[in-house]
Design a protein around this ligand. Structure first.
Ligand code: SF4
Ligand code: SF4
Ligand SMILES: [Zn+2]
Length: 170
């Protein structure tokens, strides 16, 4: 799989503290994997009650103009941008209740956002992006892996950093 460019990484610091480079929607979009995008669309439709298509799942990252349907309607991002920020690390209200609730909801990959934002505050967003870019890679073949990759789709190696089975697809 092609490595992320610097321009890709700039889109990956989600306002809420997520790293979009490890998001299944971004990874499937990068590979134009329509089967995976369709599967995710079905799961998101069930989870959100919205009618989501594979096209709605195409995403280039939170800081880009091309985002999934559910990330286009994100309260956290809207709050952040309405205050003139691009990332919650820039806000003096951090950690607000909205972020605390997000950090403890039903999705395991959300459970690190407070830690991620704190880290971005300490070392800066660019250095944090580089850390994440190193972290979410297959230890054997260096492909990008997602929060829920248990086995690298490229070489089959076990992924040490995943959060277990995906709530969004296979
Ligand atoms: S779906 Fe949301 S979390 Fe995933 S890459 Fe897009 S903006 Fe980031
Ligand atoms: S109040 Fe601040 S920390 Fe909370 S969501 Fe809005 S911008 Fe982010
Ligand atoms: Zn691999």
């Amino acid at each position: 799989m092609a490595k992320y460019s610097r321009k890709d990484l700039d889109n990956f610091a989600a306002a809420c503290g997520l790293y979009c480079g490890a998001c299944e929607a971004r990874i499937a979009s990068g590979k134009n994997d329509l089967k995976q995008l369709e599967l995710m669309a079905q799961r998101i439709s069930i989870l959100t009650g919205m009618s989501v298509t594979a096209k709605d799942m195409h995403c280039e990252g939170c800081q880009s103009d091309i985002r999934t349907l559910h990330c286009r309607a994100c309260d956290i991002r809207n709050c952040c941008f309405s205050k003139g920020f691009t990332h919650c690390s820039q806000c003096e209200e951090f950690p607000c209740q909205r972020l605390k609730d997000f950090n403890s909801d039903a999705f395991p990959h959300h459970h690190e956002v407070l830690k991620n934002i704190q880290r971005a505050r300490e070392i800066g967003i660019n250095a944090w992006l580089e850390e994440q870019n190193q972290r979410w890679r297959c230890p054997k073949c260096d492909s990008n892996v997602s929060w829920y990759t248990e086995k690298c789709p490229e070489c089959g190696a076990k992924s040490p950093t995943g959060f277990g089975p995906s709530p969004f697809g296979e």
